[in-house]
Design a protein around this ligand. Structure first.
Ligand SMILES: Cc1cc2nc3c(=O)[nH]c(=O)nc-3n(C[C@H](O)[C@H](O)[C@H](O)COP(=O)(O)OP(=O)(O)OC[C@H]3O[C@@H](n4cnc5c(N)ncnc54)[C@H](O)[C@@H]3O)c2cc1C
Ligand code: FES
Ligand code: FES
Length: 452
């Protein structure tokens, strides 16, 4: 049994917890505004808003319903496009999309309106740029984005941005109906059926649902989100510890992380999309073992270790081969930790992809670099897309230690790096192109502000 509120209605459903919410909405509710496009988290047509009870009330975010197991909305508020109004009226975004001709075939439009509403309900910042950013996971194949931007700007210009009572303001402005005010109390009265994790391990589901959605539809998976002990970011005794269930969004919004790595927020805005970042976890990125996993690359440069059921393993020893891990079947990765970099060190992370937004890298890399008086005191570099595993370029780091930053050092470092990598040609580029990309990234890491 799974209990939640869908729009303004309490639901108790007897179904497998692994069923994608998209399938439940479209087959069980008669609500057809939520569209099925790619089923891979890539188009945003299926976007819904989910509200979870939190410390400051119900915390809302936009997510892709095609990658969201229904068991994950136990005790939550599920909002579809139909839940944004109670009659025939339009919300300000719907009206503005109409007025500005921001919708042609209309297939992408409900997803866009849901992303924008998720931003209004959940984003710390209320601005036109934040609203446009919230559309980074929504693809439109016919209208284009100029009309969308006009429509968004118009609404955001008129939105009171200085009100403390956000929900009250959004109700007054017609972005959500008045019943949203009742949700917090109603959620607290729902029966709770949360079973302990048991079957296939699901963290955010943004990797596993892309390839195993059909199989998981009939299963009762083991949701790691039900383990409170995996959701933390701690900084103590010179070490940062991050629980496996921390999402990309939580990492991006963490003040503790921003204090140490001021550029991390910008880098994370190029990782997947708003909808995916709301669900994708740090642990899932590491265990998924993609050779271009963005966070695995960052953590390798930071000399991180992972903890699996009490065992601590350096991350650089965790990947044994393509998708092969130094972890026993059934083990759970509980946290990743790394020493706080010495003062004066800079973490630089780069990724080159075919598209600016919502794309995985052809080649990505990170370098932790400390340069004093032109001399490299520390250089730890990792790269993705150039080997079957997320790779620590140990020899390149050793070569750089103690050298001065010069054109010759850059050139020789690239030569050493070339001996450590084995890229293959695939849809993300030829092996020759990937070698060139890595060279360009090494140059960029080393020369930021130090060479002409
Ligand atoms: C549209 C789209 C865009 C994407 N863009 C990017 C991108 O730009 N960069 C990038 O790096 N990735 C990207 N990804 C991939 C994916 O979002 C990330 O790899 C994400 O971190 C996976 O985490 P998750 O929590 O969703 O993992 P899940 O899908 O829940 O799990 C992945 C695998 O790891 C296992 N697992 C998860 N957590 C644990 C744990 N703690 N212990 C043991 N096993 C565990 C699961 O059983 C499963 O086999 C994208 C995915 C999509 C769909
Ligand atoms: S159907 Fe395309 S993101 Fe879900
Ligand atoms: S209006 Fe047709 S896909 Fe966007």
């Amino acid at each position: 049994m799974i209990s939640f509120i869908c729009n303004n209605k309490e639901i108790t459903e007897d179904c497998a917890g692994g069923l994608p919410v998209l399938d439940w909405i479209r087959s069980q509710t008669g609500l057809k505004g939520t569209k099925e496009g790619c089923r891979e988290g890539d188009c945003g047509a299926c976007t819904v808003v989910v509200g979870k009870p939190g410390v400051t009330g119900v915390e809302y975010s936009a997510v892709c319903s095609c990658l969201l197991p229904i068991g994950e909305i136990e005790g939550c508020h599920l909002v579809t496009i139909e839940g944004l109004t109670t009659g025939d009226e339009l919300t300000p975004f719907q009206r503005s999309f109409y007025d500005e001709a921001a919708s042609q075939c209309g297939f992408c439009t409900p997803g866009m309106i849901m992303s924008l509403t998720g931003c209004l309900l959940g984003s710390s910042e209320l601005s036109a740029s934040a609203a446009m950013e919230s559309l980074d996971g929504n693809i439109c194949r016919c209208t284009g984005y100029i009309a969308v931007k006009r429509a968004v700007d118009r609404v955001m210009e008129e939105l009171p941005s200085n009100r403390e009572d956000r929900l009250e303001m959004l109700i007054e402005e017609g972005h959500v109906p008045a019943y949203f005010n009742t949700i917090s109390e109603r959620l607290s009265k729902l029966p709770v059926h949360k079973d302990p994790p048991d079957g296939t391990v699901i963290a955010g589901g943004t990797d596993i649902y892309v390839h195993s959605s059909d199989k998981l539809s009939d299963e009762q998976p083991g949701f790691l989100s039900r383990r409170d002990d995996l959701n933390f970011i701690h900084r103590d005794a010179g070490v940062v510890r991050i629980g496996a269930s921390i999402t990309f969004t939580q990492l991006r919004e963490s003040q503790a992380i921003e204090n140490i790595f001021p550029d991390m927020k910008d880098f994370l805005s190029r990782v997947s999309s708003t909808q995916i970042r709301s669900r994708a976890t740090v642990g899932g990125n590491i265990v998924n073992a993609s050779p271009i996993a963005d966070l695995a690359i960052v953590f390798l440069a930071l000399n991180a270790s992972v903890t699996t059921d009490g065992r601590s393993i350096p991350l650089c020893e965790f990947y044994l081969g393509y998708k092969k891990l130094n972890m026993k079947r059934g083990e759970i990765l509980t946290e990743v930790s790394f020493p706080i970099p010495e003062s004066g060190s800079v973490l630089s992370s780069l990724k080159v992809c075919k598209r600016e937004y919502l794309d995985i890298a052809s080649v990505n890399s990170s370098m932790l670099l400390k340069v004093e008086n032109g001399v490299i005191h520390q250089a730890r570099i990792s790269a993705g897309g150039v080997s079957p595993i997320p790779l620590l370029l140990a020899k390149t780091g050793e070569y750089l230690h103690g050298r001065t930053v010069s054109e010759k050092t850059v050139k020789d470092a690239c030569t050493v790096a070339a001996t450590e990598i084995s890229p293959i040609s695939d849809v993300r580029g030829s092996k020759e192109y990937k070698k060139e990309l890595l060279k360009a990234q090494i140059r960029a890491h080393l020369t930021r502000g130090t060479l002409e």
